[in-house]
Design a protein. Sequence first.
Lengths: 317, 281
Amino acid sequence: MKKYIDTGANDTRSGFGAGLTELGRTNPNVVALCADLIGSLKMNQFIKENPKRFFQVGIAEANMMGIAAGLTIGGKIPFTGTFANFSTGRVYDQIRQSIAYSGKNVKICASHAGVTLGEDGATHQILEDIGLMKMLPGMTVINTCDFNQTKAATLAIADHIGPVYLRFGRPKVPNFTPEKNSFKIGKGILLNEGSDVTIIATGHLVWESLKAAEGLFKKGISAEVINIHTIKPLDEEIIINSVSKTKAVVTAEEHNIYGGLGESVSRTLSVNLPSPQEFVGTNDTFGESGTPSQLMEKYGLSSKNIITKVEKVLKRK
Amino acid sequence: MTDILSLEAFVKQVRRDILRMVHKVNSGHPGGSLGCAEFLVALYSEIMEHNPEFNMNGEKEDLFFLSNGHISPVFYSVLARSGYFNINELNTFRLINSRLQGHPTTHEGLPGIRVASGSLGQGLSVAIGAALSKKINNDSKTVFVLMGDGELQEGQNWEALMFASAKGVDNLIATIDLNGKQIDGSTDDVLNLGSLKSKFESFGWKTLELEEGNNIELIISKINEAKSHLGNGVPIAILMKTEMGNGVDFMMHTHAWHGKAPNDDQLEIALAQNLETLGDY
């Protein structure tokens, strides 16, 4: 069992902020927009260093998406920043027409995704955003798992031509991926080799999956753990290679099981390699107020529930 | 300046294009298209410095965005006749595998189109973004946008209007096509827009009015007046009254031709009122 060390808890949104700051220094075409959530998105440093490349649009996300689309005309690479809920559901048609259908090089950067937003409750805890965004033709969808990966993803999407949805979160979470790792859009990462079951996880559930693999190891079950940070385009090869070996899969995500990573994995497997699969995710429900850890526990977004689902799927092999 | 007679001849040919395009596929939006023929011809023939060797970034040239995308027939006709693509392609309007989609899009790579439009209320925001891009690039050219009056019922416009004045987007001229009509009837009946002049002014826009938005000479002078206010720290709007269906007597003074094509007989009558000038496609 490969050991992963938490080098110090940090929030993924700070990884975004750090990446954006670096882009401000290295890529003169990068511009940023925010809808009254500068502090929450950790955009302060970029703004301080590049005041002329930042646009505060106020609480007007629809206008922000349109302005971002327009900024690409003239060669800018706009990064929009607001909560995941206001980055997607609130502005779906603006993204669909002015950005996705128009093929605009906009990076939609979304913090506070999922239930780990915590006490603000369900109005702010979107669990449907991956589904919404992956259905848009041409949209790249990324959900990062820790500070380092979020920073690396932020840098990588600036070099990618085309619209991107980058999803991250609010709470401090273990930081365990290598600091210097390059981020390859569309390439999954094999975190732990195993032979009995494949656990495919994205976002905050990656760390939970590693913890689950440790627990399973103690029970004599060998779990392969794959981090899928790019939900679209999906790295089908890494999934098929792994499941052809383990013959069983559990997917884990902080998202509704309807429309999320799990369904994308299902589609890939049903076409290529039909295999028993269990889903860790929220089950067609809204969230609620609570602390992030309470909510993760209550909605089954935990290593404990991953272990339960692994045991269930193994019986179906 | 190009002489007015030749611009009016251009307008007549554009009207023919619009009528023939929508007639052929028995769909599309002739009313609003005819109402804006003079404006689009004025922009592309007289006002804008633009390059038909199309480049998406449009640096060092004036840009135009069409927010009310359903009047695509007039946009396509003017673009084709300004050299962006061959006029024969107007034959493919709304047909399968065509670059001339029902509503304009960049998706099929049609030169001259910089953003998709059709779902209303989004064009002003995009135009503001393009104007900001020009400012960052120290590009002194101007961004133009045309919006319908009905689409001002969409809230996004008011976000954009507030933003443009608050942030001093003064390299932008927005024209509102005030034809007073929308699908379900007059704008007064559907959802009264109230005084747009006072609304725009209270949102901080330099707001000009054009009573005769189908008089190409007056359109040109009004846009030139608008241009004289560029760079003053405030965005500029032209409230332009037009007649839907202008140039075809039975299509005027009604909203019936918003989204309806003429039949064979009606086409014949309409074309007889607008004789060929530059040659049909």
